[in-house]
Ligand binder design. Sequence first.
Ligand code: GCU
Length: 716
Amino acid sequence: MSGKICRLLVLFFLLPNIILAESGEKLWLRYLPLDNAKVVDYTNAIRSLVVAGDDAVISAAAEEIQMAFNGLTGNDLRNVNRPGAGALLIGTPENRLIRDLELSSELEKCGEEGYIIRTFPVRNGQMTVIAANTSAGVLYGTFDLIRRMQTGESISKLEVNESPAFKIRVLNHWDNLNGTVERGYAGHSIWFNRPEDWSVRSAQYKYYARANASVGINGTVINNVNADPNVLTAEYIEKYARIADIFRPYNMKIYMSVNFASPAVIGGLENSDPFNPAVQQWWKDKAAEIYQSIPDFGGFLVKANSEGQPGPMDYGRTHKDGANMMAKALQPHNGIVMWRAFVYEPGDDERSVQAYNEFMPFDGEFEDNVIVQVKNGPVDFMPRESFSPLFGGMQKSPVMIEFQITQEYLGHSNHLAYLSTMWKEVLDAETFAKGVGSSVAKTTDGTLFNHELTAISAVSNIGRDINWTGHHFGQSNWYAFGRLAWDYDLLSEDIAEEWVKMTFVHDQKFVEPVVDIMMRSREAVVNYMNPLGLHHIMGWDHHFGPEPWTDIPGAREDWLPRYYHNASEFGIGFDRTTNGSNLVSQYHSPLNKIYNDPLLVPENLLLWFHHLPWNYRLQNGLKLWDAMVYKYYEGVEEARLFQNRWDRLEGYIDDRRFKEIQYKLKLQTTEAIWWRDACVLYFQTYSNLPIPAELERPVHDLDELKELKFDMKHHN
Ligand code: GCU
């Protein structure tokens, strides 16, 4: 064979991999060609586009469907003025073409951002219509249609009615003005301190806005809750305004985390006391200045008197006083205040009961444009916690949930943990606030307590890594948050399947095992890190690796794992019963009784609520020690299974992403074994009981693990 032919042959075999190599930067909006049968179906249904409206949002929707249709089918949609067979008509009743369809009674049910999609018979065929009351609804409807095509669903007979569960659906970025990201594991900030030209950045921001709009996220707070006062200077307001301009066509509002001490720190005032008229005026002027540049600015997110942040209590005032002062400054502009309830101070009360104690007295006393933002659990973002009793507790003031997409306590961006299952567990949890049927979701979406202002948020996992989220599967959590914020009744499994098909391929031989891995993944992490309701066992500063032994003389007790697992020769677990810190009493009946009783409490929260002896018998007959050890081992076995399964999927997707994920899954198994061995061996020093004989022996010894530095900052 001649050298030339040889080279050609080598190129031929390499080519598919070169072409297919994907970095993950396109997220789930890849719009790659579908198989022929689908292309025929879709082009039979839609061949032309009628855009009934001309504002920026409808134009963005039109641009998107053109781009998607072209990518998925290889055909352009012809732009036409009159609907007919094969047309896709998009618009609002402001336009006569939509009014003529007489959809008003159905549109009424869609609300502000909902939409309907319908197939209408017309002469010589049928047409498809996406109609909504606002162009935002049209945009979301367009993305819905695109998703159907991306996942290979039929679009020939559509009857879709959709409206979002929550009015405000926001991401919270914890990005600092110097470009670092608190608890970020996907590189530096996409927002701050970037060297690239605006053209590069703005292209990325547009992509970000499209991705959010595709799942219905309609707002974002781009700076850290531990807020730098400088974010309120003219320089940053200008930066925010430029970003807001890019978001606008995608119906995304920009919000800002603000520092309560700003009037004193950057305003030169004597103090930041909310009762000081000069301070009140300062916030009013600041709000007016912001709205001058950003007319649709969303509002403020505030972390006050929490973890060292300043707040109204510095002046003997209350959360209510602080929140209401800011709310009044924003009212003339229709802005809102998201006031966080993540508070805990050293004192007599145990941390999990503090937020409730601090906020319940103000229920009903906040201004109408204040919403209290509550983390899903009463401590922090543990792999599993009970839900915060403020859900269903606060009834007169609106409350919103804060989830965490970034995996601060779930293996950073090293571990695959699909979190939809965790969020559903919380959203579906029964609070009994108004008897049966009072799920956490319903206590926050306005249905149970009739609040106008409803919202949901999650701490983002996005950074400058080429694939946005560090781990390719981290994208699925961004995606799933948006989908659940729109409709929390969706099944985690269905969301996973959509995402896998859009992000990778449609082949069921790939989709099924991958969805299965995702569905098991969060529980696997719980098992090898914090089974049976254990929590806070990681290193106290980096929150990454296992350090059940950490004991720093002089450090705050409630920062240290030993405080939370409370292991001794007598037993393990945190007593939050009526004999202990009494968190149980903050829940409605009968949950207070259920949680108070080790025989009734769900097994997965056993050690969250109870301190029990090592030989305590669980309902399944196992001794507590054995049950705990089995869980740790089960977690590792799951991680191994994920790794083996993935290895068998080579060839279904591009080599680059396959190998990057393969590497992460290997790392996950290694780290799962650290967790298992560290916890089992350390707790064994107290329990003095053997590891069941049929289990493999620990791979490491305890001293070696203690020497290992689990601080994985170099992974960032
Ligand atoms: C956790 C996290 C902090 C963060 C805080 C918050 O404690 O470790 O980095 O600032 O939550 O939510 O405010």
